[in-house]
Each structure stands twice: as structure tokens, then as C-alpha cells.
Design a protein around this ligand. Structure first.
Ligand SMILES: Cc1ncc(COP(=O)(O)O)c(C=O)c1O
Length: 546
């Protein structure tokens, strides 16, 4: 039984216990008349009706026993048949009340056959259906009728499905996909550390020491010394008081945002923020005020409105937007948050290990680390592992440690993942500048090459002090979903893997091919990729126009 199930069981016990302390609904209904029978809750209403029937059933024998007692006769003076009937009815009532209290919904009451034989269950389904309305809507219907089903089936038939393709080798600049050598421009292995012997050794050591899994949450039995070392080193590297490691980056966002905010608060998000941010906002119950991607005038308007909402306000943005690869104008975001008194959280999933002199992300690159209240990072990209973290003030981190449900009620990452993340962090701290230099050189080379082919490539971000910055993500904007899928397929056939981003991952008619770089791509790999694009442009120019 997991903790949630225990919680649910405890709830039932509590409800049953309070129900037992109160008179049954029928009796309350009897005393209070129609008002209580018209219970506000549907299930309660049914229960009141049900008990009402039993009360009518029980009235006769109960009255008889009572009357005879007041007449001063001993119960054993009752005729035997009448006594048996009364006891049976009493038992019936007890059984039905017990079950109905425990389950709080209509319960089938089997009847004893008139001849005193076995319980009669034949009328069970009629009794049940007579007790309540039938549910006509099927929650599985959406699996059959969703609006993308047709297009997905067509894409699969035409072998044009860009998703769930099989990687049949280790992730690297050149991979084997579905048995064929393919240039990989669709990975988040930005520093190329997934194959680094030191990271592999760190994962192997953790596996050898702690086994394959921790089989429990960090709270109970899943915290190992590697977690504590990792948290300490992350905080030191990020320059924050503390850090907390989650099993995935998704859980870090959902757990942090869903815990820090509560109904009555307001959260303001960029429309390009990652899904995990949105899910955390929804979970929190806070008022959500989204603003158009990177539009500081819209952010300001939302801050103005939020100031009147009455609760605390958190602004959450991606440091690097995961699809378009552009950098958030954090200098302006910080200034606005400070002016209005809002807290700021930055998702650095694509920034850590990719931007800034230490590799600490967009906040570092833009010189605003001190002004960002919370920074989230993931191990699933530059850190060559799986997991995520929140870095920030110790009081907040300590609170998340005891209150974030995605942290408390999910198993800790496998030791090999924690070991690999720690191994990668140590390499990034030592060699980050050099690795990141190579990564961003590669991004610049590919960006220039794709632009040179006449493609619409997302422009570098202009920095506040002049100059421009690229990220490891270099997307080619295509427009229509279908053209993007066809283009993807043509490149894939040519031995180049890219990612396709379709609406709703990007705005409508904003479909793009998302290419991403690694520090370990050689120029030869990138030239081969550019040659693929060139061949596809020559062969199918119509895919690039319109
Ligand atoms: C911006 C952003 N935030 C959060 C996440 C979630 O991280 P993880 O993959 O570690 O769950 C991702 C992953 O794709 C991301 O791109």
C-alpha cells in the first residue's frame, strides 16, 4: 500500500467513524423531515432515501417489541416466530447500515427466500439499477475520438510519424536509428557527456554501491549520501544557500510551483513556458495570468493586474525557451518583478551546462543571478542523466523538502542517475567553459550554414549590453505542421535526425524543425547535416516556401 492509498483508507475510516457517532441518515431524516432528505450532496441524498425505506421496514417489529416491553412482559414471552423475524430484520438493518456507511453509496441488500432457503441474489442488478442513474459517458471515449487520431494514423501509414523513433545505439553526435547510421541533431546531450568515461564510471560506482534502485521516496528510504553531496555541490555552484534534488525536472517544477503557491496567490507565466511549469501552476490553484512570449509590456500589464489580486505573486519564465531556443530578457523581467514586488523563478533546464561563464545558465549569462529567487535545473540535458533540482534560499528549500508532493510521494532516482549527475557536475565545474565554448561554436556554425542555405532560422538573442547570444538550440521555422513533418521525413531518409515541434508545442502555424548541438559534434558531422538540408532543398523546394 502506498502512502496515498493509506491516506485514502484513513479517510474512509474517519468517515465511517463519524458516521457511527451520528444517528443513521434515515433517523435524522425522520426527525428533520424533508430538508435533510434533500441532502446537498448527491450520494448523501441517495443514502437518505435508502435509509428511509429501511426505517419503514423496521417500524413494525420495533414498535411491537417496545409496546410489549412497556406492557411489562418479558421478551422471551414473545411468540418464537415473531422474535426470529424481528432479530432477522434487525440483522438485515445492521448489515445494510454497516455496508452503506463504509461505502457511502447504494448497497444491494440480498433478501432471504420466503421458504427460509439461501440468499436470493437474482434481483441484484435490477435492484442496483433501480437505485441510481446510469452513466452513459465513457471516460475512455477520448482515446478513440481525439482530434489528432486521424492525422496520427495517416502519418503512421505513410511512415511519416516523427515521434517514438527507435534509437538503437548510445546517444552521441552520430547514432544508429532503426538500424541506420544517422547524424543526431535532435538530442539534449549538449555537452556530449552521456558517453564520457568519467560520468559512466560515476554511474557504475553508484550502481555497484547502492544497487539498481532505491525503491522508495527521498523522505522514507531513498536518500543516499550522493544526494546530499549533489545538493551541496549544486548550491555551491549555483551560488545559492541550498538546493533540492528531485527524480525528474518535471517533478521539480510541479513540486516547487505547486507548493510555493496556493489558492489566493497569482502566478504569471510566459506563454512559451514548459508544460511542467503550467502543470505546477494548475496544481497550485493560484490564479494564472499568462503573457505573450517575451512581451515585457504584457508582463507589466499582468503585474499591474496581479497587484490587485490580493495574494502573493510569482513570475515563472524559462531562461532558454525549449522549442525556439531564444533567451528570456531576464534583465527586464527582474526589473519589473522588483518594481512590483513579485518573486521570480527561472527554469534553467536548457541553460545549465550551456550558458554563462560557469555554465550556470541564462541568469548567469545576463548577470541577474542574485535577483532571481528560485532557479530550476534538470539533469536530463547537459548533465547526461535524469533528475532535476531547485536552487534557492534555505528556508524555501527546507519547506519544499517537507511539503512538495512530487518529492515526497515518488521514488528517488536510481543511484546510477544520481551518480552520473554528480559526475557530470564535477566535470562541468572543471571543464565547463571549454565544453560550452565548443558547443556554442557548433551552434554558430550550424546557424550560419542553415541561414546560408536560405532557411528561416530563429535569430540569436540580442543582449542588453550589445552583442548577441546563441544557445544549443537552432530551430528552422517551417510554418505548417504537414510541411514540417514532410521535411523531417525527407531529412530522416537522408540520414539526419531533427526534432519536429508542432502546435501546441509551438504557436499555431509556427511548426519548426528543432536542431540542437553537442560539444562533441565535429565539423564533419555538421557539414554532413548541412549537405542533407541542401539535398532536400534541391529535391523538394516547395517544402521550404509558402
Ligand atoms: C524547459 C524545461 N523545463 C523542464 C523540463 C522537464 O525536465 P525533465 O526532462 O528532467 O523532466 C524540460 C524537459 O524537457 C524542459 O525543457
Amino acid at each position: 500500500m502506498n502512502v496515498d492509498q493509506e491516506g485514502a483508507a484513513r479517510d474512509d475510516v474517519a468517515v465511517a467513524a463519524t458516521a457511527a457517532e451520528r444517528p443513521p441518515a434515515a433517523i435524522r431524516g425522520h426527525r428533520l423531515g424533508g430538508a435533510d432528505g434533500g441532502d446537498r450532496h448527491g450520494a448523501g441524498g441517495q443514502a437518505a432515501g435508502r435509509h428511509h425505506c429501511h426505517r419503514a421496514d423496521l417500524a413494525a417489529p420495533g414498535d411491537q417489541i417496545g409496546r410489549r416491553a412497556t406492557l411489562g412482559k418479558r421478551p422471551d414471552a414473545l411468540p418464537a416466530g415473531l422474535l426470529v423475524a424481528a432479530v432477522e430484520r434487525l440483522l438485515d438493518r445492521l448489515r445494510v447500515n454497516h455496508l452503506s456507511r463504509a461505502h457511502r453509496w447504494p448497497v444491494y441488500a440480498p433478501r432471504r427466500r420466503r421458504d427460509g432457503g439461501k440468499w436470493d441474489t437474482a434481483g441484484m442488478s435490477e435492484q442496483l439499477s433501480a437505485q441510481g442513474p446510469r452513466i452513459e459517458s465513457d471516460v475512455f471515449a477520448k482515446a478513440r475520438n481525439h482530434d489528432r487520431r486521424e492525422i496520427l494514423e495517416l502519418a503512421e501509414k505513410a511512415d511519416m510519424m516523427p515521434y517514438f523513433r527507435l534509437l538503437t545505439s548510445a546517444a552521441g553526435p552520430v547514432v544508429e536509428m532503426e538500424g541506420r547510421e544517422t547524424i543526431m541533431l535532435g538530442s539534449n546531450n549538449y555537452l556530449g557527456l552521456t558517453g564520457d568515461p568519467r560520468v559512466k564510471a560515476a554511474a557504475r560506482d553508484a550502481l555497484d554501491t547502492y544497487g539498481t534502485a532505491l525503491t522508495g521516496s527521498r523522505l522514507l528510504n531513498g536518500t543516499i549520501p550522493l544526494h546530499l553531496e549533489l545538493e551541496e555541490e549544486l548550491a555551491d555552484w549555483m551560488g545559492t544557500e541550498a538546493a533540492l534534488v528531485f527524480t525528474t525536472g518535471y517533478q521539480a517544477n510541479v513540486g516547487c510551483i505547486g507548493t510555493i503557491l496556493q489558492p489566493g496567490d497569482t502566478v504569471i507565466c510566459d506563454s512559451g513556458d514548459h508544460a511542467s511549469i503550467l502543470d505546477g501552476c494548475r496544481l497550485s490553484g493560484a490564479k494564472l495570468r499568462p503573457f505573450r512570449h517575451n512581451r515585457m509590456d504584457k508582463l507589466e500589464r499582468m503585474l499591474e493586474r496581479a497587484a490587485g489580486d490580493g495574494g502573493g505573486v510569482l513570475v515563472v519564465v524559462d531562461g532558454v525557451f525549449s522549442m525556439e531556443g531564444d533567451i528570456c530578457p531576464l534583465t527586464e523581467v527582474v526589473a519589473l518583478c522588483e518594481r512590483y514586488g513579485a518573486r521570480l523563478m527561472v527554469d534553467e533546464a536548457h541553460g545549465v551546462g550551456a550558458l554563462g561563464a560557469r555554465g550556470a545558465g541564462a541568469s548567469e549569462l545576463l548577470g541577474v543571478e542574485e535577483s532571481v529567487d528560485l532557479r530550476m535545473g534538470t539533469f536530463s540535458k547537459s548533465f547526461a542523466s535524469c533528475g532535476g533540482f531547485i536552487a534557492g534560499p534555505a528556508e524555501v528549500i527546507d519547506y519544499l523538502r517537507i511539503a512538495a508532493r512530487s518529492f515526497l510521494f515518488s521514488a528517488a532516482a536510481v543511484p546510477a542517475a544520481v551518480g552520473a549527475a554528480l559526475g557530470a557536475l564535477r566535470i562541468i565545474r572543471e571543464e565547463g567553459p571549454e565544453l560550452i565554448g565548443r558547443l556554442l561554436d557548433n551552434a554558430a556554425y550550424l546557424h550560419a550554414g542553415l541561414t546560408g542555405l536560405g532557411l528561416r532560422v530563429v535569430a540569436p538573442t540580442m543582449l542588453p549590453g550589445g552583442g548577441e547570444a546563441l544557445t544549443p538550440i537552432v530551430p528552422v521555422i517551417v510554418g505548417e505542421d504537414v510541411r514540417a513533418a514532410m521535411l523531417w521525413k525527407a531529412l530522416y531518409e537522408d540520414g539526419l535526425y531533427t526534432n519536429v515541434a508542432l502546435h501546441p508545442a509551438v504557436p499555431p502555424a509556427g511548426a519548426l524543425l528543432r536542431t540542437s548541438l553537442m560539444a562533441t559534434h565535429e565539423r564533419e558531422h555538421l557539414d554532413r547535416a548541412l549537405a542533407s538540408f541542401e539535398r532536400v532543398i534541391d529535391h523538394s523546394p516547395e517544402l521550404f516556401t509558402g
